[in-house]
Design a protein around this ligand. Structure first.
Ligand code: 57M
Length: 358
């Protein structure tokens, strides 16, 4: 909104020229989303408590019973602060920005329905696994189909470390992109089992993607670094900035001991956005490093379930996903979360180094 209202006034007030710059608007999108979520947080959490949107913890596997009744669906706060901030600071004529908002909001809606059903139904059951998966596929399919049809976007896959290896996946790109979005969304969801555990690495990954998407949208920088250049995609930097801000604001309340959980409305939407932004800036393969922590958690589940079935009941980890294993061997919850953040920072730095290693 500011871009449309204030930038045209730069002829009169030269200072308003700053509203043209993506970097300026992204920083303030971050600040706005951060302040909104921190300032609205206490009232929002009190409202969740009032309407009884509270986590129901049925089994007490890791002494989580003490968390019984913690308000959940805090992802609505992330969604609200992010969307408001993007509407204020974004260029609202940019198709990439709207597509990202569409997918993020669609996944938030799937998560919302799932959380809501879990709260309302006695057996704590949300959407069926099939139903949830299908809804995720349909939404991702719609967003990627529009994306592929946009002029300037190609179905080429850029392989990090091998600058000349750029296969055009054609229509197979659609299936590939769906796997990235759905995988990323469920990876964040699986990780969301300890205070601050999912939001910390999400903020770090979003921060890292902020740089990637800015570079992809900047023709000279992209050429200099020899990465894919996607004209117009730089505007999504504003979305990434807002995601970092809304995430930090949520962490304010979700840090141990958590006053609120994000729920599926938060985890599914954040995961989908990370996947989609990686697709937009043609860094789909680098996402495996950027979101490496979510990948590790997911692999721990795949290995555990596979080994369990193969051996007829034996386990590799005390329990999967991996954070449960550390809980079971006695590592304090906040230590696990902070160590996982440190690992995420390390992975983000390695991912950023791929910008130079080509
Ligand atoms: C949801 N949800 C948390 C909260 C959060 C296939 C299998 C690996 C699936 C997996 C699973 O269901 N994962 C997805 C995990 C839950 O958090 C809620 O859910 C939202 C995210 N979707 O926002 O609303 C609990 O996590 C704790 N929590 C915090 N702080 C937070 O900030 O402490 C969450 C956020 C909350 C709270 O206690 O109630 C969850 O863990 O349920 N299933 C599992 O993870 C199960 N693992 C398992 O069965 N492992 C087996 C399999 C793989 C063979 C094994 O290793 O043998 C664990 N789930 C639970 N207890 N509930 C097992 C222990």
């Amino acid at each position: 909104m500011f871009y449309h209202l204030l930038y045209p006034l730069s002829d009169v007030f030269t200072l308003f020229n700053v509203f043209r710059y993506i970097t300026f608007r992204s920083v303030y999108a971050l600040v706005t989303a951060l302040l909104l979520s921190i300032l609205l947080g206490p009232r929002f959490i009190a409202w969740l408590e009032k309407i009884k949107y509270r986590q129901n913890i049925q089994e007490d596997v890791h002494n989580h019973q003490k968390k019984q009744g913690t308000p959940t669906m805090g992802g609505m706060l992330i969604w609200g602060s992010l969307v408001l901030s993007v509407l204020l600071w974004g260029d609202l004529t940019n198709a990439y920005l709207w597509l990202t908002l569409f997918l993020f909001s669609g996944y938030a809606l799937i998560g919302f329905v799932d959380d809501f059903l879990k709260l309302k139904k006695k057996e704590n059951k949300g959407l069926s696994i099939k139903g949830k998966f299908l809804a995720q596929l349909v939404l991702a399919g719609a967003a990627v189909s529009v994306l592929i049809s946009l002029p300037g976007y190609s179905s080429t896959l850029y392989v990090p470390f091998f600058k000349s290896l750029q296969p055009d996946l054609g229509w197979f790109y659609l299936a590939f992109a769906l796997a990235v979005i759905v995988g990323s969304s469920n990876g964040v969801n699986l990780t969301d089992g300890l205070d601050g555990l999912a939001i910390g690495p999400s903020i770090i990954a979003a921060g890292c993607l902020t740089i990637f998407v800015y570079v992809a949208g900047h023709a000279e920088l992209a050429e200099y670094l020899q990465v894919a250049s996607v004209s117009g995609v730089g505007e999504v930097t504003v979305f990434c900035g807002a995601l970092v801000g809304a995430g930090l604001g949520f962490l304010w309340f979700n840090a141990y001991p958590a006053q609120v959980f994000m729920g599926d409305v938060g985890s599914l939407s954040i995961g989908s956005a990370l996947g989609f932004v990686a697709i937009l800036c043609k860094q789909e393969l680098v996402l495996v490093i950027v979101g490496g922590l979510f990948v590790i958690e997911t692999i721990s589940v795949i290995l555990q379930v596979g080994y369990f079935r193969f051996t007829g009941g034996k386990r590799i980890f005390r329990m999967a996903p991996l954070h449960h294993h550390f809980e079971m061997i006695g590592t304090p919850e906040s230590k696990i979360s902070v160590r996982f953040w440190i690992l995420s920072i390390l992975l983000a730095l390695i991912a950023l180094s791929t910008l130079k290693l080509r």
